[in-house]
Design a protein around this ligand. Structure first.
Ligand code: FMN
Length: 209
């Protein structure tokens, strides 16, 4: 775990806020952000203070009616191996003739990065804010974790994989009825630099009226 930069304290409720933050560095991050596959991550990862800063930044997402339809679970240290045991058990139990090497891969899954930030959606379908909008807020949370991790100098990867949808895994993580996984965001250091991937052709997806 590395100590990086100090946390930028959140403003007091009602404080005057800057409406924009012009920054060449921020533009560079947004223009060039790239995920690093979890398989290509290693240590060091963020220390506890930096993890706190990352999730605090991620919790500042747009959120219709301020209902905070998300929460975080930080997996680090031995908890990654403990949860890996659950993954191995669940995989073996739910896949017919699971080959032992694949079960072993599941056991080691969370060990791919020093820190895994689990974003949990706690969407209230009965709330006046539509479920769709609560889900959009969750997506923004995960993306902000990626951006904040990068701003602190860490590589990251937002995944759901099979275990993001497995009831047994969700139970072991302590999810309550109705909660879902928005993402497992693996955070660490890149063993090798990622390459640019295909991107949309902007003129095909942008219309001006
Ligand atoms: C909700 C969500 C779930 C994802 N789950 C997976 C996954 O399980 N496996 C995977 O290989 N990529 C997954 N991805 C894609 C990667 O996070 C990543 O976006 C992709 O590899 C493209 O790289 P980029 O972020 O640099 O554009 C997921 C993305 C989203 C938004």
């Amino acid at each position: 775990m590395t100590s990086t930069h100090s946390r930028i304290a959140p403003p007091e409720f009602g404080a005057l806020m800057s409406p924009a933050h012009p920054s060449e560095e921020a533009r560079r991050l947004l223009a060039l952000r790239r995920s690093t596959s979890a398989d290509l991550l290693t240590g060091p990862g963020p220390d506890d203070q930096t993890i706190d800063a990352i999730v605090e930044m991620a919790a500042r997402v747009p959120d219709h009616r301020k209902i905070f339809p998300f929460r975080f679970i930080v997996l680090q240290g031995s908890a990654r191996a403990r949860m890996g045991e659950v993954l191995a058990e669940r995989f073996a139990a739910t896949s017919m003739d699971a080959p032992p090497e694949r079960v072993e891969t599941e056991r080691r899954r969370f060990l791919r990065a020093p820190v895994v930030i689990v974003v949990v959606a706690r969407i209230d379908p009965a709330h006046k804010t539509p479920e769709w909008e609560q889900a959009l807020t969750n997506g923004a949370v995960c993306q902000t974790v990626l951006l904040a991790a990068s701003a602190y100098g860490f590589a990251a990867n937002w995944l759901t994989e099979w275990y993001g949808y497995d009831d047994g895994v969700m139970k072991a993580l302590g999810l309550k009825a109705g909660e879902r996984i928005s993402g497992f965001v693996y955070v660490g250091t890149a063993k090798e630099a990622p390459r640019e991937r295909q991107r949309p052709i902007m003129r095909e997806i942008v219309t001006r009226m």
